[in-house]
Design a protein around this ligand. Structure first.
Ligand SMILES: Cc1ncc(COP(=O)(O)O)c(C=O)c1O
Length: 361
């Protein structure tokens, strides 16, 4: 077999997604038993108690397929966002929805644009489709260059992504910036706002894409249950989109792409606003402790509205490895000279502070 010609030729350009290190891998090198995984922007806390209860209760019924229409969850999400259930699409995480959206509209003649660094799936899904892409560098403060992004739009551009808060830098697109941007984007371009970390945001200036959602304008907003809701392992994300986008994704998705555990866990999570607030507050408290140590050690970092902080260090790969020895798993971005440090439990923060003090004092 000549595998070289067997596969979709576009795959030659695609680098598989690299997950963060697993705890077991780190146990072999760490000089401590307490390992803190701060590399995948997960919640350090379990799913909401109501979600655990609902997910446990559905286990005896898993012999049946899940509800392929995701009826109840779509109803609840439509109500939450003031749209019609027909304008909601649910997926096996936002990751799947990003890929399905790209699959449904991109080919070799298409182009997409986004700021960089950002979530690598925007690039991967374009590459798989054979589309071309522009990556517009963020500026020195970590902010999006929206004028640059607007200037990258071409006649064959189909998708423009905004990730807010941005992974891996943590900054947000502000309300007025977004308003100006979306007004300037030509109508043949679909603006995709990835808000996987939106529930962590405290700034009153955060963009509000739903103020521009009228069901006609090509605008898609993605939200995830993987982050503050702590459901990364069951996989559930959703999009608010014009009906034609939902219908196109329905054609390319797997019929039962959202499993039953995910559907009931997500639905139960939505009803616990108190737990959400507690987690947002705790995240801010721990993030502030990280800022403090970085300030004390004279390490530059970006202000974050998410559950991770980008910090510049002299040798990102080396510091990453030194942190591993102390049981702290972060994500190095060696070429950019930074580390993305997840916000964890109070114990994880303390261990991170002690490790940074040890390395930089
Ligand atoms: C910006 C961004 N979008 C989407 C995702 C994927 O989310 P999900 O777990 O819902 O697939 C991630 C995951 O880290 C992310 O950082």
């Amino acid at each position: 077999m000549n595998w070289h010609v067997f596969f979709n030729s576009q795959l030659k350009k695609v680098k598989p997604y690299e997950p963060g290190l697993r705890e077991e891998q780190v146990r072999a090198i760490a000089q401590t038993n307490s390992i803190h995984k701060l590399s995948s922007n997960e919640s350090p806390f379990p799913p909401f108690p109501r979600a655990i209860e609902a997910m446990t209760a559905c286990l005896p019924y898993l012999n049946e397929y899940s509800d392929g229409s995701v009826h109840e969850l779509k109803q609840a999400l439509a109500e939450k966002h003031g749209v019609e259930p027909s304008q909601i699409v649910v997926g096996n995480g936002v990751n799947e929805l990003l890929c399905l959206l790209a699959q449904s509209c991109l080919d070799e003649t298409s182009h997409v644009a986004y700021c960089w660094p950002s979530f690598v799936v925007y690039r991967m899904s374009a590459q798989i489709a054979g589309a071309t892409f522009d990556e517009v560098d963020i500026d020195a403060d970590g902010a999006y260059d929206l004028d640059g992004l607007r200037a990258a739009i071409r006649p064959h551009t189909k998708l423009v992504y905004l990730c807010s808060p941005n992974n891996p830098t943590g900054g947000i697109v502000k309300r007025e910036q977004f308003a100006a941007f979306i007004k300037a984007v030509p109508r043949h371009v679909c603006v995709v706002v990835d808000m996987a970390y939106a529930e962590y945001v405290e700034s009153p200036e955060h963009l509000d894409p739903m103020a521009f959602f009228d069901g006609k304008r090509p605008l898609v907003v993605f939200r995830s249950f993987s982050k503050i809701y702590g459901l990364a392992g069951v996989r559930c994300g959703y999009g608010i989109a014009p009906v034609p986008v939902v219908q196109a994704i329905d054609k390319v998705r797997e019929p039962f792409n959202v499993n039953t555990v995910a559907q009931v866990g997500a639905l139960a999570s939505l009803s616990d606003a108190g737990e959400l607030e507690r987690r947002r507050t705790e995240n801010s408290r721990q993030r502030a402790r990280l800022y403090k140590i970085f300030q004390r050690l004279n390490l530059r970092y970006y202000q974050s509205e998410a559950n991770f902080v980008w910090v510049f260090v002299p040798d990102a790969q080396l510091i990453f490895e030194e942190l591993l020895k102390r049981g702290i798993i972060v994500r190095p971005f060696a070429a950019a000279g930074g580390l993305r440090v997840g916000v964890g439990t109070p114990e994880a923060t303390l261990a991170t502070i002690e490790a940074f003090e040890h390395l930089f004092c």
